[in-house]
Design a protein around this ligand. Structure first.
Ligand code: IPE
Ligand code: IPE
Ligand code: MG
Length: 271
């Protein structure tokens, strides 16, 4: 049975402009078990529209506020020395939204990336975009390529941004690639294994996802990282993404540390 946890509602507004990478001894990190942190955290940044509605502003204002949240959560992930942070920015299903909202989001991705590029680089982030990128506006694609190129030799947190990403779509692309190799006589069907599939995933080179966080109360994966999250712990909180603070993120880390991860085996020392 999937364990569903509702995180505590922490209402501190996260969009602090002056938030810096927290040091190891920061009060924010008090009570953290450093030995039991996830290495790869994936976040479904949901609830921007609902937040906007609650504030009496447009849904799109929620998306803009969400960018500030993301900036602070990334800095927190750096402070925690996580190996990877993968965030869901736009799904293969999000094209169903009104054209005005889709266009707003594409412009927001472009502007935010342009604005934050240098700081991300200074923070030693390795940025990567995952998803079916060739369907995105050409200017955004160029900006994404430039960002990846700029940061390709960085050694800090692996920061994957999922745009036009769907877990099923990713697996379709993997299967097409492997099927072509089989047809060309390069691969025998019986040689296909988990490792070969992983080599073709958008997230190749990343560790498996340890923890999936979803904000805003809904308890589903919405087609996010289906393969990579095979054994992830799931954490759900009612807090809308624009309000999801570094404190909320730390709360999720503490909850993760309390989980008994058995991977199908037995943990005799725990029971
Ligand atoms: C998540 O917030 C951001 C994207 C999907 C781009 P939503 O826009 O889904 O916000 P809600 O779920 O409607 O509140
Ligand atoms: C998932 O949120 C996608 C992103 C956060 C980018 P949605 O708001 O699109 O998911 P559903 O429609 O509630 O499943
Ligand atoms: Mg949503």
């Amino acid at each position: 049975m999937i364990k569903k946890i509702i995180g505590k509602a922490v209402t501190t507004f996260a969009g602090r402009e002056d938030f810096e990478i927290p040091q190891h001894d920061s009060p924010l990190f008090a009570g953290i078990d450093w030995e039991r942190l996830p290495r790869h955290v994936a976040v479904i940044m949901d609830g921007n529209g609902r937040w906007g509605k609650e504030q009496g502003v447009m849904r799109t204002a929620g998306h803009s506020a969400g960018v500030k949240t993301l900036k602070n959560i990334l800095k927190t992930a750096i402070g925690l020395n996580l190996d990877a942070l993968t965030v869901y920015a736009f799904s293969t299903e999000n094209w169903k939204r009104p054209e005005t909202e889709v266009n707003f989001l594409m412009n927001l991705f472009y502007d935010s990336l342009k604005r934050e590029l240098q700081e991300l680089h200074e923070d030693n982030v390795q940025i990567r975009f995952v998803g079916r990128l060739d369907k995105l506006p050409a200017s955004l694609q160029a900006q994404m390529r430039d960002a990846e190129e700029l940061m390709k030799n960085n050694t800090g947190v692996k920061f994957n941004v999922a745009i036009n990403y769907g877990g099923q779509d990713e697996l379709v692309r993997v299967m097409q690639k492997i099927a072509a190799d089989v047809q060309a006589g390069k691969v025998a069907p019986e040689a296909i294994d988990e490792a070969m599939i992983e080599q073709q995933l958008d997230t190749v080179g990343n560790l498996p996802v340890d923890l999936v966080i979803r904000t805003s109360g809904d308890m589903r994966l919405s087609n996010f990282l289906l393969w990579q999250s095979a054994y992830a712990e799931l954490y759900f909180t009612d807090v809308n993404w624009p309000e999801f603070s570094p404190e909320c993120f730390v709360e999720a880390m503490k909850d993760f540390a309390s989980r008994d991860r058995r991977f199908g085996g037995l943990n005799d020392n725990k029971k």
